[in-house]
Design a binder for this molecule. Structure first.
Ligand code: CTP
Ligand code: CA
Length: 228
């Protein structure tokens, strides 16, 4: 019995995870996207479910298998993702692994944009998307007790992550080196530095499944009062 309990360190804990890219429409047949595969967020969802958590996974369009034992809400755009996240509250832990598009097209066409002989090429005006992590972390009601973000950086990884931790109001940031030499987006491995109010912990380069397991471990420890 004891070992069974130890195997379910997040039993009954409500965990919300965002994963994957978002797609921002240009017109009904075209969109802006990014290289996020969803592998890291989905691996975290799977690991949380194995740890006994009640998991809601809000996912943008990805080509990875749905993790088992998880409630999956599929969305396309950043605004849809924010709505789905708010719908999933309250939760105990929220992990924002999605690569949310920073901008959407302001003048998205209702019909397919057509080439017209002799006319100039279309121009896309961009407007900033809502910051889902920051919105949730700054809530006064139903703010999850533990809010965790990622920071995809190609340089000054820890400094940028500390800045994001403060700006976005979250509790932890998993700073993620996505420079081409290290952790190119969409790959199978990740080099993480865990940035919290208590300091910075450098994790070895490891598979996204191993990153997920380590994160679940840290969350379980924090919930047991070991640290936050
Ligand atoms: N994030 C979010 N909503 C957005 C943008 C980012 O929820 N509109 C979340 C991501 O899921 C991640 C964290 O914020 O957990 C940091 O994302 P990142 O792209 O690194 O940060 P930005 O603030 O968008 O800064 P920049 O892309 O300019 O580095
Ligand atoms: Ca961004």
């Amino acid at each position: 019995l004891l070992s069974l309990e130890a195997a379910q360190p997040l039993k009954g804990v409500r965990v919300l995870i965002t994963s994957g890219p978002t797609h921002e429409p240009i017109d009904p047949v075209r969109y802006i996207a990014n290289r996020s595969s969803g592998k890291q967020g989905h691996a975290i969802a799977a690991a949380a479910a194995r740890a006994g958590a009640e998991v809601t996974l809000v996912s943008g369009p990805v080509n990875v298998l749905d993790p088992t034992g998880v409630k999956i809400v599929k969305v396309e755009s950043a605004r849809d993702m924010l709505a789905a996240v708010e719908q999933a509250l309250p939760v105990d832990v929220a992990i924002f692994a999605a690569a949310v598009a920073d901008w959407r097209v302001a003048n998205a066409g209702e019909q397919k944009i057509k080439k017209k002989a002799g006319q100039s090429t279309p121009e896309l005006a961009l407007v900033e998307n809502p910051d889902i992590l920051s919105t949730i972390a700054h809530r006064t009601q139903q703010r999850p007790p533990l809010v965790i973000g990622f920071a995809a950086e190609t340089e000054n990884v820890v400094a940028n992550a500390k800045d994001k931790l403060a700006r976005k109001g979250c509790d932890w940031i998993l700073a993620n080196d996505v420079s081409p030499a290290t952790g190119i987006m969409g790959g199978d491995r990740n080099t993480i530095q865990l940035v919290t109010g208590a300091g910075v912990e450098a994790w070895p380069t490891q598979s996204k499944e191993e990153v997920a397991a380590m994160l679940i471990d840290r969350i379980a420890a924090a919930r047991n009062g070991a640290k936050k």
